[in-house]
Design a protein around this ligand. Structure first.
Ligand SMILES: [Zn+2]
Length: 249
C-alpha cells in the first residue's frame, strides 16, 4: 500500500513535470512564432497609402534613404505617394515583392537591419558622436540632434547597400558649437544639427558624393568645394546645397 502510494505520487510528479516541460516548450514556440518582438520597435499592422500614425512615422525613418533622386522624404507620419515610392525602392533593394505596402516581409527586413537602439546595423551613435555624450550644445535640442543623426544613419545604410554593401568610414558626425569651432567647421554646419556627416576612406569621395544624391541628402559637399578635398560631407539642409565641382556636382 505504502509502495503503491509512492509509485502513484512519483507518476503524478513525473506527469506534472512532463506537462510543465511541454507547457514551457509551448511558450517558447509561441514566442518564437509570434516573434518580431523587436528590441527597437515592433509594427503591429500592415501599412499602406492613406494611413497615418506613429507606426507610419517609424517606417518613414527606416526608408528615408530611398526617396526620388534629389528628394528628401518628409517624416510626418502620413503614408502618401512619396512614402509609397520609398517603400517600393526599399523592397526592390532587398529583393522583396515591391508593392509599396509595408507588411510582414518588409518589417522583417527592417528588423534584420536594426539594432536594439534603433540604429541600422552598420552604424552607431558612438561613431556619430565623438564630440560629447549627451548631444547637447549644438544648434538644436539634444533629442533633435540625436534623432537627425538616426535618420541620417538610415540614409547611409541605404547608400551603403547601393554601393555594394561596402563599409563607409565616418570621420565626423554631430558637433556642439565648441567641437565645431575646434575643428574649424563652417558656421551653419549641419554637424551642429546632428545630420551632418563626413565620410573618408573608400569608395572615392566623388563616388560617395554622386551616390548620395539618390539617398535623401540635400547637403552634399565634396572635392572641388573649399575644404572638402579630403572627405565628402553629407547632411540634410532645408534647401538643396550640392557642390563637388571636381565630381561634376
Ligand atoms: Zn562636414
Amino acid at each position: 500500500m505504502e509502495r503503491r502510494n509512492l509509485r502513484h505520487r512519483l507518476t503524478q510528479a513525473l506527469t506534472a513535470c512532463v506537462l510543465a516541460a511541454v507547457a514551457s516548450l509551448a511558450t517558447v514556440t509561441a514566442t518564437g512564432t509570434a516573434a518580431q518582438a523587436d528590441g527597437c520597435y515592433t509594427w503591429g499592422r500592415t501599412l499602406s497609402s492613406g494611413m497615418t500614425g506613429e507606426d507610419v512615422r517609424q517606417l518613414q525613418i527606416r526608408v528615408s534613404g530611398y526617396p526620388d533622386y534629389g528628394a528628401v522624404l518628409t517624416i510626418d507620419g502620413a503614408y502618401g505617394p512619396a512614402t509609397r515610392s520609398a517603400v517600393i525602392r526599399f523592397q526592390q533593394a532587398y529583393g522583396l515583392s515591391a508593392d509599396g505596402v509595408a507588411g510582414p516581409q518588409t518589417f522583417n527586413q527592417i528588423y534584420a537591419l536594426q539594432d536594439n537602439d534603433c540604429t541600422p546595423v552598420n552604424f552607431s551613435y558612438a561613431e556619430w558622436n565623438r564630440c560629447n555624450s549627451d548631444w547637447s550644445g549644438g544648434a538644436v535640442p539634444a533629442s533633435t540632434a540625436r534623432f537627425n543623426a538616426l535618420v541620417s544613419m538610415w540614409k547611409l545604410q541605404a547608400m551603403r547597400r547601393a554601393l555594394g554593401n561596402v563599409p563607409l568610414y565616418i570621420s565626423s558626425g554631430f558637433r556642439s558649437y565648441a567641437c565645431n569651432n575646434a575643428v574649424g567647421g563652417a558656421a551653419g554646419s549641419r554637424h551642429l544639427y546632428g545630420d551632418g556627416v563626413d565620410l573618408t576612406g573608400s569608395p572615392s569621395f566623388c563616388r560617395l558624393a554622386q551616390q548620395a544624391r539618390n539617398h535623401g541628402f540635400s547637403n552634399i559637399l565634396g572635392p572641388g568645394y573649399p575644404g572638402h578635398n579630403d572627405h565628402t560631407h553629407l547632411g540634410t539642409s532645408p534647401s538643396r546645397s550640392w557642390s563637388a565641382p571636381s565630381c561634376g556636382i
